[in-house]
Design a protein around this ligand. Sequence first.
Ligand code: ZN
Length: 225
Amino acid sequence: MVRDYEEVSELLDRIVEDLLAACDISRPPVNPKKIAHKLGIVYSEADLAGRRGQSYRRRGRQHVEVHHPDRAERKNFALAHEIMELELKKVLEDPRECHRWANLGASFLLMPTPWFREECLRSNFDLAELKNAFSTASWEVVALRTLSFSESLITIVDEGRVTRRKSSYPYHISKELSNEEWQVVEEVLRTERAEKQHFPSCEVTGYPVFEKQHRRVILRTTFDL
Ligand SMILES: [Zn+2]
C-alpha cells in the first residue's frame, strides 16, 4: 500500500512522541543511543564496508550495528534510521515500505516536529542556532528539515560546486545559483564566517561547514515576494 507524505508524517510524529516519552527525553538534542538502550537494542560499531548501518536479531536480542569510520552525526542518523524502521515494522506490513520511510523517520526522531518548529520560529530559521540545539543531527539534515516549515531554498556547495539544491517553493526554481547566491558563497569562503545579505529580490544566508580537507557552504535563500 502506498501512503502519502501527510499520512506518514502523522504516523512518524506519533512514534517519535511515544519514544521520547518512554525515554524521558523532554528537550533536544535527542540522543538515539539513549533510545536504543531503553528499547533493549544492543548497539555496536564495525567496519560495514559500503553500508551505514544494519540491524539483526541474535539469541533473542535486537542488535544495531553502524559503520565505525563515519562521523558522529552520520552514526546517529544510521542508528535513528534502524530504530524507526523497527518501530514502523510494528505498524506497517511491507518491510520495504518501512525501510523507505525510515530516513524521513530518522530526521523526525533527531528533530521532533513540535520542538523543531518552535526553534525555527524562535531563531527565525537561523541554521547555526538550529544545529546547535539539534546537535545530534548533521548540518545538512538540519538545513533540509527547515524546508518543511518555511518556503525557502537550501543549497549545499562543496568546494565551490553545487552538490544539492532543494526548494519548498511551489514553483520551479533554477538549479543554478544566482549571482547573489555566489556572492554570499564567496564571502563565506573568504571570511570563514556565516554571512547574511539582503538583495532587492532575495535574502541569502551562508554558513561555513568546514572540515580539515573539505570546505562546504550551506545556503538558505528566501525570496521577497
Ligand atoms: Zn533500512
